[in-house]
Each structure stands twice: as structure tokens, then as C-alpha cells.
Design a protein around this ligand. Structure first.
Ligand code: TEU
Ligand code: CA
Length: 551
């Protein structure tokens, strides 16, 4: 049985925004190497780096033109080898991001396809057709049609993301074999694990038909051959003992159990996103709504208890390079910044699964608070700004939506010190994307010195996972299902029990609590005053998080 990686913690680095070593305003590989001691000290085990391969950067590297070489702005192969060696020396493993659902249209394969080479046309999904009638009515995830017409070929090609990201044809064994050799190449360089981008979208249907109920996703999500393809990829590259995580878009619990059950020999764990849609109005990312806490609790309960029963494994996360900052989203980054950042961290880190920390999350970094369209960089944000204003929203309304939902919220430079007018320690030049002026105190230098900082709290959570087997190995059960404001769960490992109590909201909550005082030991608390517990009632302060060990 392959290892669970249950006591490991993964740190996600977005190289462009992490640390710039040469003053061009763009983070790079040497910058990462210079910060390895900081990461080691945080206690994490693996570093997942988002793509730094050759790419025209239309989607910040998720549009790959060459899987085996490094985009010059990020450095050279020697820089990467140095990073691998220096990471190894510190016991940190590198995980690379494999974007195998699509390539950039600048990739050699696609260029050959465009030049008329039918062998390479079969690497992608081309369909004959007339210029006015796309093969189906499917929508791209970044807005607009999922098809683009190539007049010289009189064919359409499929792109589920940007028009410069053409979907690969996994039905073609040559494509699968090319991708396997990419994995072997990086494995042999000393890479310790992989993250697979939107990997549950790789298997497209036999017939392409219009979707009269939605944007087409029901035809290609967790598609007909996806498990087969993954099993083959894993077996033929020998990565079943390595740490792997699949990004699963709009997936189901049943499929994720299969993707991540050790006996299936597919992946170690899955990212799913249902818990990050509880503030979407009518399921639409671009419609603002208040978070539905009841729904959030139900989703955690379903996925945590369901994966336990089914033998699968969750990746635990609030933040990544596509998500707004959680402290601004479910917390309160003005009145209760530290309290809400630490409560949210407690809630996710002590569940059953493998936790991920996205750069800056451990500092309580906030959303960007941009208020001008010129500050945005992300292709999705720029597309949707046009779509929203075209649909009749005012510029102000569209900007308010972007301020809450843009992926650029997470892509602002890592704050190494509080000198935000001079690059915040991220760069000595002009950063490629503006540094927000909102929260200069969320920075590494200050938080290393402060024993009560968000950063120190994260360090504690990471070390607890290694110290208490109940966190890594225990079962999980949720309590108080009927009370929307609090999330409470119990972890059990033999006689070892731990109770996690989180007040999710910015108001006081009274919780009836039957815990026996003499048998419960306070293990962790995110506030500087005593827990208020008397006469069977726990008086929770806004965003309070309390963890008891039952002895
Ligand atoms: O993201 C997949 C994805 O569907 C979403 O995270 C998406 O960005 C968001 O829901 C749109 O609202 C992955 C990568 O993480 C992302 O950065 C890439 O842009 C995308 O795939 C394409 O490679
Ligand atoms: Ca640089």
C-alpha cells in the first residue's frame, strides 16, 4: 500500500510572486532557493511549485510551450538543479505542476498541427466545421466559447480554458506516452512529487454534443476513461510511491474516493472545491453572496466522513493561486485579522487529510483591494471585467466583484518586510503586480519576531501534526450539525481523542458544552485570555478556536 503522507505539510509557491533575486520585478528560482531556510523553519515537508516552464505566460505558466525547459524569466536549469540540491539538503521535497489537460498554442505540437501535420492534429481535439457554427455550445472556463476556428484548416479546436490553451487528446496513445516521458524526465532530476492540473477533465466524450443544461462540463468532468488513464500514467512512470495530488474541478466524492484510494494506485490525494463555492450566488463565481455556513459545514462533513468511509484522502486547503485570500473572504481582515486568520487555520489543519499552505497565508496576507482595472493582470479577471460590463454592470460594480473574486488577490507579492513602497523585500525593482497597501504588518520579518503572530501559530499547527498521531491518523466525526455558526469535530485514534471547536463568525456565540473539565486538557487556543466555560456553556468570542485533548 502506498504511503498516505498523512503527517506531511505542503507549502505552495507561486514563483512569480515569491521572491525576486535580480530586481526585474518577477520572482524567480534563485529567489526561492534564497528562502529555503525560512520554509524549513516553518516545518513544512514539500514545496509545490506552480509552473515555471517555457510559456508565453498568457495564463501565468499554465500555458506550457515546452515541458522540459525553464522560462528564462524564472532562471535556468542550473538554477533549478541548485534548488533541488539545496532543498534535498534540508529534507524538503519538490513537487512540480503538470499541466496535462492542455498545452499552449505555442507548443511545438500545436504549431505542427496548425501547419497541417495530421499526426499532430490528432494530439489535440480538432473538429471539421463552418466558421459560424462551433461543434458544440460549450463555454470556456475563462468566458466565451470553448472552441476556436482555424480558417486555414477549416477546423475548430477545443480549449476549456484560454484560447491559447488547446486541450490535448488523451485518447491518442502517443499523447499519453509523450506525457509519461515528461514525468520520467523530472523524476530523474530528483523531483519528489507532482500536482496534476485539472486532471479530472482529461477524458473527453466519444460524441461531442450541445449541453442544454449547462456549460458542457457534465460531458467531460470525471470523464469515461479518466481512471484508466491515471492508472496507466502512474504504473508506466512508477510514481505510485511518490506524493501526488490531482486538482479535481467540479468533481464528486465517489470519484475522489477512487482517485485517492491507495488500492486503486491512482493518486495520493485530491483537491476538490465545493467548500470554496459557499459564497457564490446561484453557483456563479461572479455573483457575490454572503457565505452559507450551514452549507460549508455540510460539505466538510460529507467530504471528511465520506473519504474516511470510502478509504480516500483529502488535500486540505483554503488558499491557492486561484482563490481570494481566506482571511478576507471568510474572516474579517480589519476588525479581527489575527483571530480570524488563526481560527481558519485551526479549522483546516486539524482535519483528516494533508494540509497545504499557500505562500503568505501563514502571514495572514489579505486580498489586494485593487480599485482600478489597470492593477489587474489575470487573464480570467480581464475577460470577466469585459463580460460583466458588457452584461450591463457598471464599472464600479464590476470592480467590486473583481475585488472579491479575482485570482490576483492571491498573486500579490509575498511580503518579506513592511517596506511596501520599496518592494516589501520581494523585489528591489518594480513588482510585476502592485503590492497592496492594506496590511504591511503581515510580513515575515515582523512575524518572526512576534511570538504571538499568525506565522508562529501556523508553525505550531504544523508541528502538532508531527507530534500528535491523532491529527495525522485519527478518524473524524462532526458534531453540532444544526448550529451554523460553529464548526466542531472530534478526532479519534484509539484512546486518543481531540476536539476542535471553531467559531466561524465575527460575533460571540454560546455553545452548550458537556465536556468534563477534569478530563479535558487545553491543547491550543487562538486567543490570549482564558476560555470562558461555565455551567455547561462555552461562551465563544468572535472567531475563537479552541482545541481540547481528552485524557
Ligand atoms: O485551475 C483550474 C480551474 O478550473 C480553476 O481553479 C479556475 O482557475 C477557476 O475556477 C476559474 O474561476 C487550474 C490552475 O490552477 C489555474 O491557475 C489555471 O488557470 C487552470 O487550471 C488552467 O490551467
Ligand atoms: Ca527576477
Amino acid at each position: 500500500m502506498s504511503e498516505r503522507f498523512s503527517d506531511k505539510v505542503i507549502y505552495q509557491i507561486y514563483p512569480k510572486s515569491f521572491c525576486d533575486s535580480n530586481g526585474d520585478g518577477i520572482g524567480d528560482i534563485k529567489g526561492i532557493t534564497s528562502k529555503l531556510d525560512y520554509l524549513k523553519d516553518l516545518g513544512v515537508d514539500y514545496l509545490w511549485l506552480t509552473p515555471f516552464f517555457v510559456s508565453p505566460q498568457r495564463d501565468n505558466g499554465y500555458d506550457i510551450a515546452d515541458y522540459r525547459n525553464i522560462e528564462p524569466m524564472f532562471g535556468t536549469m542550473e538554477d533549478l538543479e541548485e534548488l533541488i540540491n539545496e532543498s534535498d539538503a534540508r529534507g524538503l521535497g519538490l513537487m512540480l505542476d503538470m499541466v496535462f489537460n492542455h498545452t499552449s498554442t505555442e507548443h511545438e505540437w500545436f504549431k505542427r498541427a496548425l501547419a497541417g501535420d495530421t499526426t499532430y492534429q490528432d494530439y489535440y481535439i480538432f473538429k471539421d466545421g463552418e466558421p459560424d457554427t462551433p461543434p458544440t455550445n460549450w463555454k470556456s472556463k475563462f468566458g466565451g466559447s470553448a472552441w476556436e476556428y482555424v480558417p486555414t484548416l477549416k477546423k475548430w479546436y477545443l480549449h476549456l480554458f484560454d484560447v491559447t490553451q488547446a486541450d490535448l487528446n488523451w485518447e491518442n496513445p502517443m499523447v499519453r506516452s509523450e506525457l509519461k516521458s515528461v514525468i520520467k524526465f523530472w523524476k530523474q532530476k530528483g523531483i519528489k512529487g507532482f500536482r496534476f492540473d485539472v486532471v479530472n477533465l482529461i477524458s473527453k466524450p466519444d460524441k461531442f454534443e450541445d449541453d442544454h443544461e449547462g456549460d458542457g462540463r457534465r460531458f467531460y468532468t470525471d470523464g469515461r476513461h479518466v481512471h484508466e488513464f491515471l492508472k496507466e500514467l502512474v504504473a508506466d512512470t512508477g510514481i505510485d510511491e511518490m506524493i501526488t495530488v490531482g486538482e479535481m474541478s467540479s468533481t464528486t466524492l465517489e470519484h475522489c474516493i477512487r482517485y485517492s484510494s491507495p488500492k486503486e494506485k491512482e493518486l495520493s490525494m485530491c483537491f476538490s472545491f465545493h467548500h470554496l463555492k459557499v459564497d457564490y450566488g446561484h453557483g456563479d463565481k461572479w455573483e457575490l453572496a454572503q457565505p452559507d455556513y450551514m452549507k460549508l459545514k455540510q460539505i466538510f462533513t460529507k467530504w471528511q466522513e465520506g473519504m474516511l468511509l470510502g478509504g480516500g484522502w483529502n488535500a486540505l486547503f483554503w488558499c491557492n493561486h486561484d482563490q481570494p485570500r481566506i482571511v478576507s473572504r471568510l474572516g474579517d481582515d480589519r476588525r479581527y485579522w489575527k483571530e480570524s486568520a488563526t481560527m481558519l487555520a485551526t479549522c483546516i489543519h486539524l482535519m483528516r487529510g494533508t494540509p497545504y499552505i499557500y505562500q503568505g497565508e501563514e502571514l495572514g496576507m489579505t486580498n489586494a483591494n485593487y480599485d482600478d482595472i489597470s492593477q489587474y493582470r489575470d487573464v480570467e479577471s480581464l475577460n470577466y471585467y469585459k463580460i460583466l460590463t458588457r452584461e450591463g454592470k457598471s464599472e464600479r460594480e464590476a470592480l467590486d466583484i473583481l475585488a472579491a473574486r479575482s485570482r490576483d488577490n492571491s498573486r500579490t507579492p509575498m511580503q518579506w518586510n513592511d517596506d511596501i513602497v520599496h518592494g516589501a523585500g520581494f523585489t528591489e525593482g518594480t513588482p510585476w503586480i502592485p503590492i497592496p497597501g492594506h496590511k504591511p504588518e503581515a510580513n515575515v520579518e515582523a512575524e518572526l519576531q512576534d511570538s504571538d503572530s499568525v506565522l508562529q501559530y501556523y508553525r505550531k499547527l504544523v508541528s502538532f501534526r508531527k507530534q500528535y498521531p491523532v491529527i495525522a491518523e485519527g478518524d473524524i466525526q462532526f458534531l453540532y450539525g444544526g448550529i451554523s455558526e460553529v464548526l466542531v469535530y472530534v478526532r479519534t485514534n484509539g484512546n486518543d481523542k481531540m476536539v476542535v471547536i471553531c467559531n466561524l463568525i465575527g460575533k460571540a456565540v454560546s455553545l452548550p458544552c458537556k465536556l468534563d473539565e477534569s478530563k479535558s486538557e487545553l491543547m491550543l487556543h487562538n486567543m490570549g485570555f482564558p476560555v470562558n466555560r461555565r455551567d455547561g456553556i462555552l461562551e465563544l468570542k468572535p472567531f475563537e478556536a479552541i482545541v481540547y485533548r481528552l485524557v
